[in-house]
Design a protein around this ligand. Structure first.
Ligand SMILES: [Zn+2]
Length: 267
């Protein structure tokens, strides 16, 4: 069977000197692995669709569970993602998360839209990368069924207070007063995800600006999800920490690409 689909290259594995196995995220077929044969001898128009982060239209031959690339054309190369180490590292992490959250045969329209909008935002270079990453993580977690209830303190329903606490595994907020009332006793508190803390009660202190940013990022259409400002560095850090912890804790895993991003990101 031959079919065409739009797709985004999220991973490349070189097979020998000439072939390349692409992991493509497609709207209707989900995440598929497509073999591109004889890459070194391909004409340049095809060569551009077998590059990392390329979004294109692909003509694919399918036999059983195997897919082979036949032809295609580029929609967007997202070239700017690859010409800077920090952007490359962040885009690699974004890709790894999308691979983790998608599967073959499962509709990935929304996941693809989220990743594409995130790539566009990184390429535009007019927003802080840590904020872009945080919005992506929070929306991805929500899409996977872990949408937190950020409507107010889970105990007293207070809408907002200067210092709030984000109960990660229960996806709820607590105000300062209720948190301290509840935490008298032996509650374990950790502030970020690690393998060791996977079963712990993970609590992130969050500022009112972070809570407002999280509410905004989850409630607007995907095209507007980055249209807010969080200019203070500390606030960005707080927001970023909460969203990262939330996603990783619910997935129950870390990512090498995330560690790499952290090792190269500018301060
Ligand atoms: Zn409360």
């Amino acid at each position: 069977m031959i079919f065409t689909t739009d797709g985004l290259v999220l991973r490349i594995v070189e097979i020998g000197d000439h072939d390349r196995l692409l992991t493509l995220l497609t709207p209707n077929y989900g995440r598929i692995r497509v073999m591109a044969k004889g890459v070194s001898t391909l004409r340049s128009s095809i060569l551009s669709i077998v590059q990392m982060f390329t979004y294109g239209n692909y003509e694919i031959y399918r036999k059983g569970d195997s897919y082979w690339l036949r032809d295609g054309s580029v929609i967007n190369t997202f070239y700017a993602l690859s010409d800077d180490i920090e952007r490359l590292a962040l885009a690699s992490y974004i890709s790894e998360v999308a691979i983790e959250m998608s599967d073959e045969g499962e509709d990935a329209t929304d996941t693809l839209r989220l990743v594409l909008n995130t790539f566009y935002a990184i390429c535009k270079q007019d927003r802080t990368y840590s904020v872009i990453k945080a919005v992506y993580e929070l929306r991805m977690a929500a899409m996977a069924g872990y949408c937190p209830d950020l409507s107010g303190c889970d105990e007293c329903e207070k809408f907002i207070s200067d210092d709030m606490y984000f109960d990660v595994m229960n996806g709820r907020l607590m105000c300062d007063e209720c948190f301290h009332k509840m935490s008298q006793g032996s509650q374990t508190t950790t502030y970020s995800y690690s393998e060791e803390s996977a079963d712990a009660n993970i609590i992130c202190p969050v500022t009112s600006s972070s809570v407002t940013a999280m509410r905004y990022a989850l409630s607007v259409p995907v095209q507007r999800m980055f249209s807010f400002s969080l200019t203070d560095k500390q606030e960005q850090e707080n927001f970023s920490k909460a969203c990262e912890t939330y996603l990783l804790s619910h997935l129950g895993r870390g990512f090498d690409s995330l560690n790499f991003y952290k090792s190269v990101k500018s301060i």
